[in-house]
Design a binder for this molecule. Structure first.
Ligand code: GAL
Length: 427
């Protein structure tokens, strides 16, 4: 029966989704989706998807794992797959997609992708990440920009900060003013992925896209051991002095909430943070500001959320998987989801008319930086390194953030040791 099984595995999702999409009365199924979108803005964005699945009669079984950045979710996913109980779909990104595909755990979406011409509407950098050995095994839903600095507009007015800080010297001057106004200068959640999210924006702001790529993506020894990395680590350490005592362990959205409520002036975070401002009914420009992280206006750190579909036996579940994949790449979903999530559509032919000024700048800069060669993958958010190495890098940088005894020299030595380690990701 191998032939039929192969046919079913490859074409089932496409066939099923078309039958359902065009309302042919084919019995719908249920998808169990593992994800880590539990913050206010994230949950509202996901509600769009659940609603659209329900409209077509598909059930949604939510398997949410708390923990921003997704590390907990990936650990739970591993345990479930090893136990032979994979979900229908999971939010898996970047090089991790290759690892799961290499285990033959994922179902091919190639028939759907060619039917719906994904290659024509996706940026190549994204399409390539969704493919394993040239075949689609995941669906992208957005492009998040990570190198943002969020600010409370009223706090800036009160503190006398009138300009977006264009470099870190200007940022520290602005932060001093916010602190002098008796407020938290920098709202930061002390978790390793958040520490690294800030660190990668510092490296980009101090060294530029080329240096970022050499140091954090290619783990080049000269870059990691050199003067620019030393200045980046020094700048990163100086930021430590501007966060509040309650920072360690705080969730990212609780830090965003401090900015929303005017208790803090700034936060370094990807534009999922914007989803929180919007969910709180705030407007860009009026209540909050979105600035490129200091020194990074000409660059763009991308983070693409995507869903991979696990191989399932049940025909019903395969149908629902197929429809989910079809829906995720649809224009309607791409607009509705990203309007709430804070990211921009990854599908290139979705109108940006309904999107706000931060999203419009993000979309323009995504195109501009791709042309200029200053579009770089987020390391903190799993776009560049193999998961094992990414985790080691995050932990090292977090140790440096939390341990004042660790000198810049120590940190550089450890970065070099890590880069030379056995785990170097395949380039
Ligand atoms: C990122 C993810 C975003 C957002 C963020 C905070 O890794 O790609 O969609 O959820 O974590 O949890």
């Amino acid at each position: 029966m191998p032939h039929r099984t192969g046919f079913r595995r490859v074409f089932a999702p496409l066939l099923a989704s078309l039958l359902v999409a065009f309302g042919t009365g084919v019995q719908a199924g249920e998808v169990e989706v593992l994800h880590y979108w539990t913050s206010g803005g994230e949950a509202k964005s996901l509600a769009e998807l659940k609603g659209m699945m329900a409209q077509r009669g598909h059930g949604w079984k939510d398997f949410a794992v708390v923990g921003g950045g997704g590390q907990n979710a990936m650990d739970v996913l591993k345990a479930r797959v090893l136990a032979g109980n994979p979900p229908a779909a999971a939010n898996i990104k970047g090089p991790a997609i290759q690892e799961w595909a290499a285990l033959n755990a994922l179902t091919s979406l190639d028939a759907m992708a060619s039917f719906d011409r994904w290659d024509e509407v996706l940026p190549k950098v994204v399409a390539d990440q969704m493919k394993h050995k040239g075949r689609y095994v995941a669906v992208p839903v957005n492009v998040h920009r990570v190198n943002w600095l969020w600010a409370n507009a009223e706090v800036l007015r009160q503190a006398g900060v009138n300009e977006a800080p264009r470099n870190f010297d200007e940022f520290f001057k602005a932060a001093d003013k916010v602190r002098a106004a008796g407020l938290i200068a920098l709202a930061h959640g002390g978790q390793d992925w958040q520490d690294f999210t800030t660190f990668e924006s510092v490296v980009l702001g101090v060294g530029g896209a080329k240096f970022y790529d050499a140091a954090l993506v290619k783990l080049d020894a000269q870059a990691l051991g050199g003067d620019t990395m030393r200045r980046s680590l020094e700048t990163f350490r100086r930021l430590r002095g501007y966060v509040d005592a309650a920072s360690p362990g705080r969730d990212w959205n609780a830090s965003t909430d401090l900015v929303i409520k005017g208790k803090a002036g700034f936060q370094f975070m990807g534009d999922w943070a914007k989803g929180e401002f919007l969910a709180a009914g705030q407007q860009p420009g009026k209540d909050f500001r979105c600035f490129p992280a200091p020194g990074t206006a000409e660059a763009f750190t991308y983070n693409v959320d995507s869903f991979a579909m696990f191989q399932l036996k049940a025909w019903e579940a395969q149908k629902a998987q197929g429809y989910l994949a079809y829906l995720l790449m649809g224009q309607d979903f791409q607009e509705r989801f990203n309007l709430r999530k804070g990211s921009i559509p990854v599908r290139q032919n979705v109108s940006m008319d309904k999107f706000d000024e931060c999203a419009k700048v993000s979309a323009q800069d995504f195109g501009k930086t791709a042309k200029a060669g200053t579009l770089v993958p987020s390391v903190a958010h799993g776009m560049a390194l193999a998961p094992g190495q990414q985790a080691l890098m995050r932990r090292l940088v977090s140790d440096f953030w939390n341990n004042p005894q660790m000198s810049v020299n120590d940190a550089q030595k450890q970065l070099l040791a890590l880069a030379a380690g056995p785990q170097k990701s395949p380039q």
